[in-house]
Design a protein around this ligand. Structure first.
Ligand code: MG
Length: 382
């Protein structure tokens, strides 16, 4: 195993967990470091298994081969680990953050999150990054003496990718000097956390092309306006004339992914050389260091905006999102009105709206649809 660089999050220097845990037996101490333990806790969590049935872009039941939040998270972890190893970063930590980064997503993708955020407008709002942290800090019920998974500071820091000032202040009150402090101080997270953000974008930009073409909503011709795609597509066609279009697509995406990975590695290496952080705390005080080169950044942004215009806003995708929005609104209103329809642990919580939001956010697409039908909340479009 490659030794970690001095600017990596070194497991032996972890800032630790929020709740004290009993000391490990002697034979266990050398087996897994704290970030490996975090990764394992995430993989065994209930919220992680639910990712299989949560929409990424295409509704979960629309086809068996589209990405779900689970396969998306695995792809982020794979890309993140490859880059982490090349840069001497902590691969276990990257894997833990990547596998947990979407745990707070509602059913039905962004439509579900937007609808829930609207329902919660007067009760503190709903934001999926913050919810991912709530899942690992509060909502998982797996340990006898504390809520949540009790993950290390570094994993939690990476999970909380964005945070509004107001939410950061609230978190800071509960956990002074914790993972929300950086949003008040204007500092940055570890390189491992920065890397997961970029790996997330690399992953969805690529797999949404694949899913978009598979669904018939995007065509190879249309994708020619995206320089990052067009370049590698032209290369592929020149090298393999007459190749079937599915294979053209996969080969193009493979080349795009590799190029972006190499680009991040070399641009980040250059930034690390220039800034020369000697410790993760110097990383936190420095400018963001994990990056694309300026030209790859521009190409990646162009691809993202292409997908936004042509896929995420496609009438067929939007039509599904309208149905999802109604479903979340109906369920929210029903549980607020009749909390006894939720499991007792949620029904008994004093802050009813937040309890409903937590319950709803945890649902898979199909569970939400079934609940909508069970509660007879109007004509189901799903
Ligand atoms: Mg993601």
């Amino acid at each position: 195993m490659t030794p970690l660089a001095s600017y990596a999050c070194l497991p032996e220097q972890s800032r630790g967990r929020r709740h004290a845990e009993p000391p490990l037996p002697a034979h266990a101490t050398s087996v897994r470091n704290p970030h490996q333990r975090d990764r394992d806790r995430i993989v065994h969590s209930t919220a992680f298994r639910r990712l299989v049935y949560k929409t990424q872009v295409f509704l979960n039941h629309e086809g068996d081969l589209f990405r779900t939040r689970m396969t998306h998270s695995l792809e982020v972890a794979q890309l993140g680990r490859s880059i982490a190893r090349a840069l001497g970063l902590n691969e276990d930590l990257v894997e833990a953050i990547a596998l947990a980064h979407d745990l707070g997503h509602t059913p039905f993708g962004h439509a579900g999150q937007d609808a829930l955020n609207e329902c919660m407008a007067e009760h503190g709002g709903f934001e999926h990054n913050l919810q991912s942290l709530r899942v690992v800090d509060e909502l998982e019920e797996r340990y006898p003496s504390f809520n949540g998974l009790n993950l290390s500071f570094e994993t939690r820091e990476g999970i909380l990718k964005h945070c509004s000032r107001r939410n950061a202040e609230l978190l800071e009150q509960q956990d002074p000097g914790g993972v929300a402090s950086r949003f008040l101080q204007g500092t940055h997270p570890s390189l491992e956390a920065q890397l997961c953000n970029l790996a997330d974008a690399i992953a969805y930009n690529a797999h949404d092309i694949d899913d978009g073409v598979r669904s018939g909503l995007l065509t190879l011709e249309q994708l020619q306006e995206v320089s990052l795609f067009a370049r590698f597509h032209a290369q592929t066609v020149a090298e393999f004339p007459g190749l079937a279009s599915r294979r053209q697509l996969f080969e193009t995406i493979r080349r795009m992914l590799s190029e972006q990975v190499y680009d991040v590695i070399s641009a980040t290496r250059a930034a690390l050389q220039r800034v020369a952080p000697r410790h993760v705390d110097e990383v936190r005080r420095s400018e963001p260091l994990v990056r694309f080169s300026p030209s790859m950044h521009a190409e990646s942004q162009a691809l993202k905006s292409f997908l936004f215009r042509n896929l995420y806003r496609h009438p067929q995708v939007m039509q599904n999102t309208d149905g999802a929005r109604t479903m979340v609104q109906d369920l929210f209103a029903a549980y607020v009105e009749q909390p006894e329809e939720m499991p007792t642990a949620y029904a008994q919580r004093p802050n009813r709206q937040r309890a409903v939001a937590d319950y709803l956010a945890g649902m898979t697409d199909r569970f939400a649809s079934r609940e909508h039908a069970r509660l007879k909340l109007g004509s189901d479009t799903h």
